[in-house]
Design a protein around this ligand. Structure first.
Ligand SMILES: [Zn+2]
Length: 88
């Protein structure tokens, strides 16, 4: 079955833990989502039409290509969120 996916969203989800492991930041669900939202607004969306198998192959290829950009976008997100966290 074919699906339309923004694989940047999948990559940001996958790389979030690695990118933030050494950072002293709030890990509550609201802050995590805010950081991901900022990162995804920074990165250009990359849509593909793929079945599950192809998606898996494509994601691992793209992870290498965009790794530095994604880590930098997540880092930017954490800085903005820690300055003005929106959790209760
Ligand atoms: Zn928080």
């Amino acid at each position: 079955m074919y699906k339309l996916k923004n694989y940047m969203e999948i990559l940001v989800d996958q790389m979030y833990d690695e990118a933030t492991q050494d950072m002293d930041i709030c890990k509550c669900p609201r802050c995590v989502l805010d950081v991901k939202a900022i990162a995804l607004n920074t990165l250009k969306p990359r849509y593909i039409v793929a079945d599950e198998n192809y998606l898996y192959v494509k994601i691992s290829m793209m992870q290498q290509q965009y790794k530095a950009d994604i880590i930098s976008a997540i880092t930017k997100g954490t800085m903005i969120v820690s300055e003005e966290p929106r959790h209760d």
